[in-house]
Write a protein that binds this ligand. Structure first.
Ligand SMILES: Cc1cc2nc3c(=O)[nH]c(=O)nc-3n(C[C@H](O)[C@H](O)[C@H](O)COP(=O)(O)OP(=O)(O)OC[C@H]3O[C@@H](n4cnc5c(N)ncnc54)[C@H](O)[C@@H]3O)c2cc1C
Length: 545
């Protein structure tokens, strides 16, 4: 065992591992990259995280940089849950519920708690967190906050940042801070602190003041955006100030989250589901535009294309039997309407049906909950697609999460088909059409030189077009190592430099998850490309994305 591991073993309460098998297991997440950690620690409590941060800070002061990467369940698709230094694996011990107020709908948890378990607990109080990702059964709340994750209900309910009330965060030097909405008076108190926390508040306050206009102009006009650092929600119109938005979506590059306090929503009446078969991207666009104007925003507007359904039918002939039959329509649009007032909900569902009937060749409105489950199987077919290899070919998460302004949805669909045609690749499209956010995973063989070269060519070309459409490279899966190199292309140079300043303020020595999100180039990530790809970490329960 190396010296660092030895020191850690003597000073932390949790387990420290350096065995070859453990390091190999933790060398991958669900991305296309591989990076072996030196040491793995299962922190027992927040104090362990503090000690490790303090230790690496002190070494960094003397010129030795040891990266620290927080890891939840490692389902990250962007290569952000792997690192070459110390890996802090939170689910082992940090899974406690610290506080729950079912009446007020607030819950505080340790960051390593399994999101699915928390959701089950909340359901017993008739509450839930609607921004949970589809991967909630085997991922953590800390990972969802650090990625600013979201699921198919974000069209109506928003993303994780809409539900975070406050955080406990271990800073790069080991200090612990609590974030949350501060009044002017509370902010002034923070600004006067003679600690690293005080330094951070002063630097961020000054940075926001000096760059007001630039920050206002930096916003990309999409419904959700996980790229970069969130500079716009720190200061609010009512004079309040909150550092939480900076940590949310920062992928462990600004601080290590030990606790999360979340707001929740009450469970509403049983939803109504609609399923429409459509011929063209134009019809999908027209329907989405009108559905978004309804008096109640649908809780989901989801899309799958015929390529996905054909592939899934060829993998498993029984999966779609009795649900939808070939020849499949070009697109299936699934629309859910929910709400707490049943009569309003039903009225809106009827209006949605009218809209869909105008644009679709076939529409079904379903109130029976069991039959709704059958319809959802169409959308959930993406789990079969993304979990299935064709020989040496794997469906790879390369360009799986771009988002464009909703009125450019059909352009996005056309861009995807054209690009895959040009590259002679099989293509399937699915995702959150109502938000302009689509998923695609081309089948490639990472063991072949030609396909490895294609990876970055496809990424380059796709993001050029996403930028032209005014979109972002990531709506919910975040930048990581995969999209970090493209951050400076979707934001202006001035905004990118602000992101770099933010990183320096929180992490002056670069110990926190280096190589992720910021200050990373394609040349640095190319050697990390895996030679084979599989979803071993999650095969026991494969969700749809
Ligand atoms: C099949 C599949 C489906 C998916 N579906 C969705 C989806 O619907 N929506 C969606 O948004 N995502 C989805 N994802 C991506 C991923 O599952 C989510 O981002 C999830 O929230 C990550 O949680 P995790 O515990 O696995 O985090 P990890 O993968 O372990 O980590 C994710 C990031 O968070 C950081 N991190 C973790 N814990 C902490 C902490 N305590 N403090 C600071 N930083 C921390 C890590 O360093 C890393 O940067 C999917 C992934 C797969 C494989």
């Amino acid at each position: 065992m190396n010296k660092v591991a030895h020191y850690l073993q003597e000073h932390v309460a949790g387990e420290v591992m350096t065995g070859t098998d453990a390091r190999k297991y933790f060398s991958t997440d669900n991305s296309i990259f591989c990076l072996t950690p030196s040491v793995i620690v299962y922190p027992k409590n927040e104090n362990d995280i503090r000690k490790i941060a303090r230790f690496t800070w002190q070494l960094a002061e003397r010129g030795r940089i040891i990266p620290v990467t927080a890891r939840g369940s490692g389902t990250d698709l962007s290569g952000a849950a792997i690192g070459s230094g110390i890996l802090l694996v939170t689910p082992a011990h940090l899974g406690r519920v610290k506080f729950i107020d079912p009446k007020g709908g607030v819950v505080s948890v340790e960051s390593g708690i399994n999101f699915g378990k928390l959701q089950q607990l909340l359901f017993t109080y008739d509450r839930f967190v609607p921004s949970a990702p589809a991967s909630l059964e085997y991922s953590t709340v800390g990972g969802a906050v650090a990625n600013n994750s979201s699921g198919m209900y974000s069209i109506k309910y928003g993303v994780m940042s809409n539900y975070v009330k406050g955080l406990r965060v271990v800073l790069a030097n080991g200090e612990v801070i609590e974030t949350g909405k501060l009044s002017k008076k509370e902010l002034n108190r923070k600004l006067g602190l003679a600690t690293f926390e005080g330094e951070i508040y002063r630097s961020i306050d000054a940075l926001l003041e000096e760059n007001r206009e630039l920050i206002a102009k930096s916003v990309i006009n999409v419904t959700k955006n996980a790229s970069g650092y969130n500079l716009v929600d720190i200061r609010n119109d009512d004079g309040s100030f909150d550092l939480s938005p900076l940590f949310i979506g920062s992928q462990g590059t600004l601080g290590l989250i030990s606790e999360v306090t979340l707001e929740t929503e009450p469970v509403g009446a049983e939803p109504v589901l609609l399923c429409a078969y459509m011929d063209s991207a134009d019809s999908v666009q027209a329907a989405v535009n009108e559905l978004r104007e309804l008096e109640i925003m649908p809780s989901a507007i989801e899309l799958v294309d015929d390529n996905l359904l054909n592939t899934v039918a060829s993998i498993n002939g029984n999966y779609l039997k009795g649900v939808i039959s070939p020849p499949y329509p070009k697109f299936v649009l699934i629309v859910e309407v929910d709400g707490d007032k049943e009569h309003k909900l039903k009225r809106t569902a009827k209006k949605a049906e009218k809209i869909l009937t105008k644009h679709a060749k076939q529409v079904v409105l379903e109130i029976d909950q069991d039959k709704q489950k059958d319809i959802w199987k169409i959308r959930e077919a993406s789990a079969i697609y993304s979990g299935h290899n064709q020989g040496q070919l794997n469906p790879l998460p390369l360009i799986d999460d771009a988002i464009v302004p909703v009125d450019k949805l059909k352009n996005l669909i056309n861009v995807i088909y054209a690009l895959f045609n040009q590259e002679h690749l099989q293509v399937a499209v699915w995702g959150h059409a109502g938000e302009g956010n689509l998923h695609v995973q081309p089948y490639l063989n990472l063991g072949q030189v030609g396909d490895r070269q294609k990876v970055f060519r496809i990424i380059e070309e796709y993001y050029k077009q996403i930028r032209e459409l005014g979109g972002s490279t990531t709506a919910q899966y975040n930048d990581g190592r995969l999209r970090g190199p493209y951050l400076s292309r979707i934001y202006s140079n001035d905004v990118f430099q602000l992101f770099q300043k933010i990183k320096r303020i929180f992490d002056p020595y670069g110990t926190l998850n280096p190589g992720v999100k910021i200050n990373v180039s394609t040349d640095e990530v190319k050697p990390l490309l895996r030679s084979e790809y599989h979803l071993d970490h999650i095969y026991d329960h494969l969700p749809f994305s």
